[in-house]
Design a protein around this ligand. Structure first.
Ligand code: AMP
Ligand code: ZN
Ligand code: FE
Ligand code: FE
Length: 281
């Protein structure tokens, strides 16, 4: 079974890269991708944990914003992690998450929530990409809310008065950069409409022009109607179709391997990278 989207303690997952690989082996996965938000910090630990028959695809989930302010997540897989422009793009986004968090804290303070950056640092693993899930954890620790899920269903969702966006490349810029670094670009949960405003079918042409390789169709946050629409778009544009768990350990309900990618589709996608970068014993 092939699962091409999972997070670790290097972003908002709750398992270390080594624990994730161990778990993937226990679950009988044949391929697992490590795709932390805007970070490749988990790559070396994940690679060192590979054993047996499991294949590891190294990647990242890049936070993007369209010129209309729509949030898009782009999975970059199998890119060269030493590409300087790629590293810079990820660094810039991670850096901008700090002033963004300060703004969200100020809004929450004004709204009567007593929360500080120190509270967030106390619950965030060292080196992890700073995100709303860590703010949610801090609010849980202070007993304002019960869970991350509750936070994303109200207080911290994209429509909340406390929400602030951070600097991010456009999807087209991210795709082109992933491709220049030799990797493949797959748009994550593109029609997950309950998260906020999403792209329209007519937006996919410019993503293909930028070099998009695939669409994540089978994902927990897509309804069957949304999956059907994405499948048609993928077929029309000759894009690879993937499915994945978006596993976050105990940080989300998503179970490892709950959605997976067809082996033929994975073979097609892997062949689109400029080198064979899958990590295997
Ligand atoms: P941020 O990148 O800081 O804006 O935070 C968004 C991230 O929060 C997403 O990438 C998800 O991984 C995570 N997230 C979204 N919804 C939930 C949820 N219901 N429970 C836990 N984490 C979530
Ligand atoms: Zn996440
Ligand atoms: Fe995502
Ligand atoms: Fe994700």
């Amino acid at each position: 079974m092939i699962d091409l989207h999972a997070h670790t303690t290097c972003s908002d997952g709750t398992e270390t890269p080594r624990q994730l690989i161990n778990n993937a082996i226990i679950h009988g996965l044949t391929t697992i991708a490590v795709t932390d938000h805007d970070s490749i910090a988990g790559w070396s630990e994940a690679a060192s944990a590979v054993r047996g028959n499991i294949e590891l695809a190294l990647g990242a989930e890049i936070s993007c914003l369209t010129t209309n302010g729509i949030s898009v997540h782009m999975l970059g897989l199998l890119f060269d992690g030493t590409n300087p422009e790629m590293i810079r793009m990820l660094d810039e986004t991670r850096d901008s998450r700090i002033p963004r968090m300060i703004k969200m804290i100020e809004l929450l303070n004004a709204g009567g929530y007593e929360i500080t950056m120190e509270d967030i640092e106390a619950v965030k693993p060292v080196g992890a990409t700073l995100g709303r899930p860590h703010l949610a954890d801090a609010l849980v620790a202070k007993k304002y809310i019960a869970s991350r899920d509750e936070a994303f269903n109200g207080l911290l969702n994209n429509e909340s008065r406390y929400y602030v966006s951070h600097m991010a490349p456009t999807p087209e810029v991210a795709i082109a950069q992933i491709r220049r670094a030799g990797g493949v670009a797959v748009i994550a949960h593109a029609f997950a409409s309950h998260r906020g405003e999403v792209l329209e079918a007519s937006d996919f042409g410019s993503l293909v022009d930028a070099g998009l390789n695939g669409i994540e169709v089978d994902h927990r946050d897509h309804s069957s109607a949304e999956r059907a629409m994405l499948r048609v778009i993928a077929q029309d544009l000759n894009l690879v179709i993937t499915g994945s768990s978006d596993y976050h350990g105990t940080g989300k309900l998503n179970a490892l391997g709950e959605n997976s990618t067809n082996p033929q589709e994975w073979a097609r996608l892997e062949a689109m990278a400029d080198a064979r970068r899958v990590v295997k014993l």
